[in-house]
Design a binder for this molecule. Structure first.
Ligand code: HEM
Length: 214
């Protein structure tokens, strides 16, 4: 048991199962006919929401690590990112199979003519190389390029917000709130924030060797 806890296998397994709960609830509601009058739209919305939540959660891990003594956020970053990919695949499959029923002409027309589909589809395409290169082996092979490639996640975040903003018809408060959250998370990653954070710790008396390089 101690070994399992030390290798983080158990907490990771728990987080893994928790990440599957939205899918479980969706299947449950579908099975019990609780997806309302337009189940396809409901699935589209629920999976879309979860792609966004997982993207934002993934982007929260680095700032959380930076601003706390915790090490665990970085351990779950990859898992959360992969779940964002998993839910976007479900989101897209729902569109492709249930909504459009493989009407390729219509799909291409949508991608070209509807800006919210264009950006959503671009975000999906950009997520593919990130998912493919998320293994330790690929991380080693790509070296410094891995970090560069994975900074695409910021662009994906912006595209996800644009997708949401452009698809809502009237009340755009929810996508704007997520947009503000994303902006905050992106600000945490700027060198400007790093300097500010080190200064704050320095003033609080928590000076470290690294901080003295300021
Ligand atoms: C990273 C990529 C994506 C993210 C983060 C995302 C996120 C979302 C979100 C948050 C919603 C709205 C949920 C709500 O109303 O509560 C949504 C709806 C939708 N998304 Fe996506 N999506 C992505 C990719 C795609 C792709 C690739 C397609 C299709 C090619 C797509 C098609 C749609 C459609 C058709 C809707 C429903 C629009 C409506 O209700 O009228 N999305 N998506």
């Amino acid at each position: 048991m101690r070994r399992i806890l030390q290798t983080n296998a158990l907490p990771k397994a728990i987080v893994f199962v928790l990440c599957l709960v939205p899918l479980g609830l969706l299947l449950w509601d579908g099975w019990h006919g609780q997806l309302g009058a337009n189940p396809i739209e409901k699935i589209m919305r629920r999976t879309g929401d979860w792609v966004l939540y997982f993207l934002l959660l993934t982007l929260t891990m680095t700032p959380l690590r930076k601003t706390s003594a915790w090490r665990w956020p970085l351990r779950y970053r990859r898992l959360l990112g992969l779940f964002a990919f998993f839910y976007v695949i479900l989101h897209f499959l729902n569109y492709l199979v249930l909504d459009q029923f493989f009407a390729w002409d219509e799909i291409v027309k949508d991608i070209v003519k509807r800006p919210y589909i264009t950006v959503g589809f671009t975000a999906l395409l950009l997520l593919i190389p990130l998912a493919v290169t998320s293994t330790d082996n690929m991380m080693r092979r790509l070296g410094r390029d891995w970090k560069k490639l994975h900074s695409l996640v910021y662009i994906i975040g912006v595209l996800a917000i644009l997708h949401y903003l452009w698809l809502v018809k009237a009340d755009n408060r929810t996508p704007l709130i997520y947009g503000a959250l994303l902006l905050l998370l992106l600000l945490f990653r700027t060198p400007w924030f790093d300097r500010l954070w080190k200064l704050r710790r320095f003033q609080a008396g928590g000076q470290t060797v690294a901080d003295r390089r300021l």
